[in-house]
Design a protein around this ligand. Structure first.
Ligand code: NDP
Length: 284
């Protein structure tokens, strides 16, 4: 392997130590950051994510509150729960684990969360603030990617970044964060013609597609930085990213692995946002 490995696990661990220190300071001022997580239904993957979030809260000295609702819960009941948490001074962050059952409108749920407690950074007010360069809760995975690059000392200004994927939670916001840092950004998606033409020109490629081993060495310019957001299972059931790691790591300059790349940063930035919200509550 010729590429430098961007070790998300190590960088996340370093950031978590910093967060835990700040949590201690805040507790001395009488505030313990509290994160409420709402889980609707019985999706196994969602349950694992939620458990990890609770565990990380405990490790960092924060409070966590898990609210479990049945798969067939009425939308109104979920919204009422969110309104109750919006008014609870012990709760600084509210997260509704996605995906939600089909009878619940995701946008309505996200817009019911107070923008002041929207630690996932999905509320249109936070997205608008991010787009206009104002202080905001940044969405955790995109934010985590920016921290990975910063910690690795990779300069972004003037770089050509190609983002493959345009979801509201990863692709679109990560491109915006790169733009905010003066990169030139190209978005690619399922209707893009000749994907390789674009990715081969990139100084930085972000793969957020959700297809195992989709990005191969042919997609990449020699020495490029390759950020793999994907969490997939290959035919053998093994966890893998969107990037064909074996061959791309021989050509790229820097690469994130899966696991231990972007993944650990997502929860870390969720904790960071919850801490930030708790700190801001002191000023209200
Ligand atoms: P979505 O399914 O919402 O979006 C996938 C994107 O990939 C879409 O924009 C889609 O285009 C695009 N796409 C699909 N097929 C192609 C193709 N053939 N060529 C080019 N683009 C294509 O996924 P998410 O953004 O939510 O997640 C992406 C991956 O990242 C998943 O594996 C997910 O599990 C993982 N993930 C990891 C996180 C982490 O913490 N590490 C956090 C969140 C997600 P179109 O819009 O045209 O349909």
């Amino acid at each position: 392997m010729t590429a430098v490995l961007i070790n998300g696990k190590e960088i996340a661990a370093k950031k978590r130590i910093e967060i835990a220190e700040k949590v201690k300071d805040l507790k001395k001022k009488g505030v313990t950051p509290g994160l409420a997580v709402i889980l609707v239904g019985n999706n196994d993957a969602s349950r694992t994510y939620v458990r990890n979030k609770e565990k990380t809260c405990q490790e960092l000295g924060m409070n966590s509150l898990l609210i479990e609702l049945d798969e067939d819960v009425a939308e109104d009941k979920l919204l009422d729960k969110i309104l109750e948490l919006n008014n609870d001074p012990a709760i600084h962050g509210i997260l509704v684990q996605l995906p939600l059952p089909n009878h619940i409108k995701e946008s309505k749920v996200i817009e019911t969360i107070s923008p002041l407690k929207d630690v996932d950074g999905f509320h249109p007010i936070n997205i608008g603030r991010m787009m206009t360069g104002q202080d905001a809760f940044l969405p955790c995975t995109p934010y985590g990617i920016m921290v990975l690059l910063e910690e690795t000392g990779i300069n972004i200004e003037g770089k050509h970044v190609v983002v493959v994927g345009r979801s509201n939670i990863v692709g679109k916001p990560v491109g915006q964060l790169f733009l905010n840092q003066n990169a030139t950004v190209t978005y690619c998606h399922s209707r893009t013609k000749d994907l390789k033409l674009h990715t081969k020109q990139a100084d930085i490629v972000v793969a957020a597609v959700g297809i195992a081993n989709f990005i191969t060495a042919d997609h990449i310019k020699e020495g490029a930085v390759v950020i793999d957001v994907g969490i997939n299972r290959n035919e053998a059931g093994k966890l893998c990213g969107d990037v064909k790691f074996d061959e791309v790591s021989e050509k790229a300059g820097y690469i994130t692995p899966v696991p231990k790349g972007v993944g650990p940063m997502t929860i870390t930035m969720l904790m960071y946002n919850t801490l930030k919200s708790a700190s801001q509550s002191l000023d209200r």
